[in-house]
Ligand binder design. Structure first.
Ligand code: GLN
Length: 439
């Protein structure tokens, strides 16, 4: 791929100097960056927010402790949008993370995607072997796609959420970012499996994924027409078609399929996201958790001033919207209706994977275009359109299914463009084996 890859001024790491020495065992010596919404004992965990700026956890997230106990080496906690709300890594108290691709000086640089942009840039620039992200609506796959690296969103419950500061509990999963499918698989094999500390993990032993040369003539791949949406760039459409043809040449069976409820999924995602955010953020009251201001005239004023100083506009507006949807008079009209639609969105996937004329996996773009310029991304118009960034990624979170984003290297593209494979629950082995053929 042509284009400029620059590591300077990317604003990746928050704390390079606080690395715990740990025994090195199986993933011997690989370097990792961990998104700063995973708890790391004795190492500040800020969620890139004033609210948690001084928070030092007393325990480790399971994902992190599994990696460290197997010999991985933490090189830094990585930048994110505040509380993982965003798709650009532009809303952090530490400033935005810059994409190394297309960097052209201080006034001309592209967003890294988000919200796990710090981990994605760390991997794309070779600063570390793997990055840990979180993925609620695309936050691992989106930055992986815009930075030209591999991103995995595992099946909900395959990887423990213990110690991941919650955004939307029913959709959050830890995600993995690596330069290639093989590295990503090694990390997934290390972190997956049941965890007593997270009752939502799948209670069956995890069989490590094997990468092998699979016969694609047995694999049916669906191309969902609804993912061909307004605003998708020509380059993305070309890459999609290119890979479809490539897989067909390799004898895979390609079928056009339909996921009719995709059209409502952004609205449903937004409502459910905001409702769960409103409930999760209630713990940050300035008393038990989070920033405490000096306002002590009344408890209510202390709550209000701690939250208005502790949270940015994005977080505050989601709390506000979520509480509105959850009002007694609105609950049925918005929250319950969104839950019902979420079920129909998940059923769409069940139908294409199990119904008549079914397929094994789906091939779609990950993002609608390549990495936008920072100035364009934060413009008022684009802020209003922000939810649309997740068009291709959030349905997998609502259905709980696994997805992998893979960079597609076409020489005509100056910036990374990536495609996504999605499959039924626990189909990671097939997804990663097909991904390996594409990369
Ligand atoms: N962009 C989405 C949001 O802001 C996804 C976030 C995520 O996956 N953490 O809700």
């Amino acid at each position: 791929m042509k284009g400029e890859l620059s590591i300077e001024k990317t604003n990746l790491f928050l704390k390079l100097d606080q690395i715990d020495k740990q025994e090195q065992q199986a993933i011997d010596g690989i370097t990792i960056a961990v998104k700063d919404n995973f708890c790391t004992k004795n190492i500040p965990t800020t969620c890139a927010s004033e609210m948690l700026k001084d928070f030092i956890p007393t325990y480790d997230a399971t994902v992190y402790s599994k990696l460290i106990n197997n010999g991985a080496c933490l090189i830094g906690k990585s930048n994110l949008d505040e509380f993982a709300m965003g798709s650009g890594t532009v809303d952090s108290i530490f400033g935005p993370t810059r994409n190394a691709w297309g960097y052209n000086g201080d006034t001309d640089w592209r967003i890294a995607g988000g919200s796990s942009g710090g981990s994605a840039v760390a991997v794309s620039t070779g600063v570390c072997v793997a990055g840990i992200g979180s993925d609620t609506g695309g936050s691992t796959r989106n930055p992986a796609a815009l930075c030209g690296v591999v991103g995995i969103k595992p099946t909900y419950g395959l990887v423990s959420r213990y110690g991941l500061i919650p955004l939307v509990n029913s959709m959050d999963v830890p995600g993995i970012i690596a330069r290639n499918v093989e590295d990503a698989t090694r990390v997934l094999n290390c972190v997956a499996g049941p965890d007593q500390l997270d009752s939502t993990t799948i209670k069956r032993d995890f069989k490590p994924i094997e990468l092998k040369d699979i016969d694609l003539s047995n694999v049916k791949i669906g191309i969902p027409s609804e993912y061909h949406c307004d605003g998708m760039s020509e380059d993305v459409i070309d890459a999609w078609k290119f890979v479809e043809d490539l897989l067909e040449k390799e004898k895979a069976i390609i079928k056009k399929v339909s996921l009719p409820y995709t059209s409502v999924s952004i609205a449903v995602y937004s409502i459910l996201n905001q409702c769960e955010v409103a409930s999760n953020m209630a713990r940050y009251d300035g008393l038990e958790f989070g920033l405490r201001t000096n306002e002590d005239y009344s408890t209510e004023e202390l709550y209000a001033s701690s939250r208005s100083q502790g949270f940015n506009n994005v977080v505050r507006s989601r709390i506000f919207a979520g509480n509105y949807f959850l009002l007694t008079r609105n609950y049925e009209k918005y929250f319950l209706k969104a839950l019902k639609l979420r079920r129909l969105i998940a059923d769409d996937f069940k139908n294409v994977f199990n119904g008549e004329n079914c397929v094994d996996i789906l091939l779609t773009p990950t993002t609608l275009c390549d990495a936008p310029l920072y100035g364009d991304f934060v413009s008022k118009h684009n802020r209003d359109q922000c939810a649309f960034q997740d068009y291709c990624t959030q349905p997998a979170n609502m259905a709980g299914i696994p997805a992998v984003s893979i960079p597609i290297r076409l020489s005509k593209n100056k910036l990374p463009i990536s495609l996504q494979l999605m499959g039924p629950n626990l189909s990671e082995e097939l997804l990663l084996n097909v991904a390996k053929r594409i990369e």
